[in-house]
Design a protein around this ligand. Structure first.
Ligand SMILES: O=C(O)CCC(=O)C(=O)O
Ligand SMILES: [Fe+2]
Length: 312
């Protein structure tokens, strides 16, 4: 059919049929992480583009979209296209945006760096969030990288005998180390003048069990799902054995071969998969401001324990 016979609203068929042709995905070369270029997140994404973005997120675990220039509304729209809104139990939202929180640090702030302990976001919830989107609003010229460690690579690298011992175990998760009154972000921390809107409290004492070896609900890939931030024990083990085992797993999961170090730039959106990765903030930007806007993306399906057949 001649192009002239097309209606004015038609796009070129090549573009229409293959959004991947315009989207460039550059893997980090580490166990996780990729840069995604050629997508403008300030506009609504069509279904085909969204599918490419979703596939990249699942394949690489953490994807960075540089040079976006997003408003809070853009961030809300994009994340809602990926999944339902997640809860942020211990950080108050910004005014007028019930699901947007700030990761903030002022130049003269004395409190310890927020989230420097490895964790998977809010893993103590009954159904932990699938993903997190973090947007670089004010990015310091040095430091402030975010580290990501691939829990699937960590699981695969465990000796077979260890995987056998761990495959039916459940871990005890809790927010208490961070958000209880006596936690890292509790009463003492508030007295040190942290600028983030943290809401610590007794709710943080609750515990929740999740499989140590967790099958990803969308890819089926099994990941080691524990972290020093939120995992406080292994169900059914004496306290000393549980502590020893967790100590070993925490050392193992952050081995350099599993880690991607993400360097931020202003206007960059980062999207990660909490089901596969643990992450940690870093410092090194004393005297500079850092401000990121964050939205938590909830799981679309209920969390199931890993089926035995999918473990290896
Ligand atoms: O500040 C960072 O680099 C990461 C903070 C964090 O853990 C989070 O936003 O979930
Ligand atoms: Fe986090």
């Amino acid at each position: 059919m001649a192009p002239t016979s097309r209606g004015p609203r038609r796009y070129d068929d090549e573009t229409l049929g293959d959004p991947g042709a315009m989207i460039h995905i550059e893997p980090s070369g580490a166990a996780c992480g990729a840069f995604v270029r050629g997508v403008d997140l300030s506009a609504s994404l069509d279904d085909a583009t969204l599918a490419v973005v979703r596939a990249a997120w699942l394949e690489h675990g953490v994807v960075a979209f540089p040079d976006q220039g997003l408003s809070i509304g853009d961030l809300e729209r994009f994340t809602l296209a990926l999944g339902p809104r997640g809860d942020d139990p211990f950080i108050a939202p910004i005014p007028g945006h019930a699901h947007v929180v700030e990761i903030r640090r002022e130049p003269d702030e004395q409190a310890p760096i927020f989230a420097e302990t490895w964790h998977s976001d809010w893993s103590f919830l009954p159904v932990p969030p699938a993903g997190t989107a973090l947007y670089g609003t004010v990015v310091p010229p040095v430091g402030g990288d975010t580290l990501f460690a691939c829990g699937a690579a960590a699981w695969d690298a465990l000796p077979a005998a260890e995987r056998t011992l761990l495959r039916d175990r459940r871990a005890v998760h809790s927010a208490r180390r961070g958000y209880a009154r006596d936690g890292m972000y509790g009463e003492q921390d508030r007295a040190r003048g942290r600028s983030m809107a943290i809401r610590f409290g007794d709710d943080a004492l609750a515990t929740r069990l999740h499989p140590v070896a967790r099958a990803h609900p969308e890819t089926g890939r099994v990941a080691l799902f524990v972290s020093p931030g939120y995992t406080i024990g292994i169900e059914g083990l004496p306290a000393d054995e549980s502590a020893d085992l967790l100590k070993r797993l925490f050392e193992h999961q952050k081995r350099p071969e599993f880690v991607y170090r993400h360097r931020w730039a202003p206007g960059m959106l980062l999207l990660w998969d909490n089901r596969r990765l643990v992450h940690a903030a870093t410092g090194g930007y004393e005297g500079h401001r850092r401000l990121l806007h964050r939205i938590t993306i909830a799981e679309r399906v209920p969390l199931e324990p890993a089926p035995a057949g999918s473990l290896h």
